[in-house]
Ligand binder design. Structure first.
Ligand SMILES: Nc1ncnc2c1ncn2[C@@H]1O[C@H](COP(=O)(O)OP(=O)(O)OP(=O)(O)O)[C@@H](O)[C@H]1O
Ligand SMILES: [Mg+2]
Length: 235
């Protein structure tokens, strides 16, 4: 598999009174196309900062970030917006659905400006929401809302799906169901998935696990055996 991201000596530095504070401190690694990557680490270790740099929401203070051999660390704001629109999908702990739109309409929103959108009908079947297509978000459970958010993010068929605590608001059973959907989508569409979480159990379903502490990568592990989401032991 080809490299999707390559980071070379990346720093994100903030001025803190009289000294520099490195939210990311000399980080280098690669992520391959089609991988599920889980980023773990304590609060303040730099996970969200990392996600923001990979997804072009923020730029590094120093170092190079390549996406498919193109440097994205030097892009201007408008170019970064285009990079996100062309390549990325996002899901968050808090779903971010539009309350006045139905399930189907929320998913259709994700199709806007897409080059090669997937079928909304097929996706609704894959995330098992067909029978809920005409409901509004307030009529759904947390797990169902998260599945709408997954379908909405995937309908444009992005290269990469960024997930910030995708199961943070869910109980074990529902969380595993959502992860199972992500795993199936990774297999079906080969979408690279970058998942930030506090839940170490999720690492067992990743191809690659990145462990962070104090702005550094303290471990990068490639799992030999990948667990199915349904087989995870929940922390
Ligand atoms: N805009 C900023 N200005 C100054 N410091 C910042 C800024 N953004 C982040 N930081 C600092 O960088 C460090 C890493 O923050 P980050 O949000 O990446 O942590 P995190 O691993 O995502 O934590 P959590 O698990 O709590 O979400 C923290 O110490 C944070 O206070
Ligand atoms: Mg964070």
């Amino acid at each position: 598999m080809k490299d999707l991201y390559r980071l070379e000596h990346v720093y994100k530095t903030y001025k803190n009174y009289d000294h520099d504070y490195h939210a990311l401190d000399d980080v280098s690694f690669t992520i391959k196309e089609g991988e599920i990557v889980v980023i773990l680490g304590p609060s303040g270790s730099g996970k969200s900062t990392m996600l923001n740099l990979l997804s072009g929401i923020d730029t590094p203070s120093k170092g190079h970030i390549f996406f498919k051999d193109n440097r994205i660390d030097q892009l201007k704001t408008v170019e970064l917006t285009q990079y996100r629109a062309d390549n990325l999908g996002f899901i968050f702990q808090s779903y971010n659905l539009i309350p006045s739109l139905t399930v189907k309409e929320n998913i259709e929103l994700g199709k806007e400006l897409a080059f090669k959108p997937l079928s909304v009908k097929t996706l609704m079947e894959q995330v098992e929401l067909t029978s809920h297509a005409n409901k509004y978000p307030y009529q759904l459970s947390g797990g169902q809302m998260q599945r709408v958010a997954i379908a909405r993010a995937l309908v444009k068929n992005p290269n990469v799906l960024f997930c910030d605590e995708p199961t943070g608001a869910l109980d074990e059973e529902t969380g595993k169901k959502v992860l199972d959907i992500l795993q199936q989508m990774n297999q079906t569409y080969h979408t690279t998935m970058i998942i930030v979480t506090h839940n170490p159990s999720i690492a067992d379903m990743a191809h690659t696990v990145i462990r962070m502490n104090s702005g550094k990568i303290v471990e990068m592990k490639h799992n030999k055996k990948i667990k199915k989401a349904s087989e995870l032991r929940w922390a």
